[in-house]
Design a protein around this ligand. Structure first.
Ligand SMILES: Nc1nc2c(c(=O)[nH]1)N[C@H]1C(S)=C(S)[C@@H](COP(=O)(O)O)O[C@H]1N2
Ligand SMILES: [Mo]
Length: 198
């Protein structure tokens, strides 16, 4: 093969690799850019079309785990489902954003046990867990909070609010015993990432 042809093949292969990021990811990025262009503290109402683009049908459980998972509402329903009463979403400002009488979800702890964090002996406990949304909103938990603290019994992935599927996306990560529950209430949940502290 001539050098010129060889370079051409390389260029094509390279541009194909660059196109690899999924359509969904591109759409998410476009919407996120719209959000971040405006004041980050303000609640920017999205158009129904843009909101729809942020919805994920599955959440990815990944990072330092033995068994990465893709969880849908249906797969959560096959796990141990818990009922959560009187869950209020309170913003850092003190404003009550939501007041749910009854919700259904699965403990984050059960999800992490299913994925099995890659631990090297019993002193290997310094992990952090990030709940990430399509708009790149994030909440962080620690291994100790989930596995050695009452927070572990109060952190859920919700799929139902007041008898109906959740509205902003299909699954929401919540922590019921936070003082202000808004910050670690992650709607449009996309992934749960487990990383070891380096
Ligand atoms: N994906 C995502 N989740 C989020 C937010 C966000 O911007 N994106 N805002 C948080 C904040 S600041 C609050 S108070 C609660 C309620 O926000 P809402 O008023 O947008 O429903 O959700 C939290 N979860
Ligand atoms: Mo908030």
């Amino acid at each position: 093969m001539k050098t010129q042809n060889y370079i051409l093949v390389l260029l094509i292969a390279f541009s194909c690799a660059m196109c690899n990021s999924s359509k969904k990811e591109k759409e998410d990025k476009a919407v996120t850019q719209k959000i971040s262009k405006t004041d980050n503290d303000k609640h920017i109402p999205l158009t129904p079309e843009d909101s729809l683009k942020m919805v994920n049908h599955t959440i990815e459980v990944k990072g330092d785990v033995e068994f990465p998972l893709q969880l849908s509402v249906d797969s959560l329903k096959k796990m141990k489902v818990v009922t959560i009463d009187d869950f209020k979403v309170v913003c850092q400002s003190g404003q009550v954003k939501k007041d749910n009488k009854i919700c259904k979800g699965v403990l984050l702890k059960d999800i992490l046990e299913k994925a099995k964090i890659k631990q090297d002996g019993h002193k290997d406990r310094n992990f952090y867990i990030v709940g990430r949304a399509s708009d790149d909103y994030k909440a962080t938990f620690s291994w100790a909070e989930i596995f050695n603290n009452p927070t572990g019994e109060n952190t859920y992935v919700l799929f139902e609010e007041n008898g109906k599927p959740v509205k902003s996306g299909e699954m929401i990560l919540i922590c019921k015993n936070d003082i202000k529950t808004g910050p670690r209430h992650v709607y449009w949940l996309k992934s749960i990432e487990i990383y070891k502290v380096k």
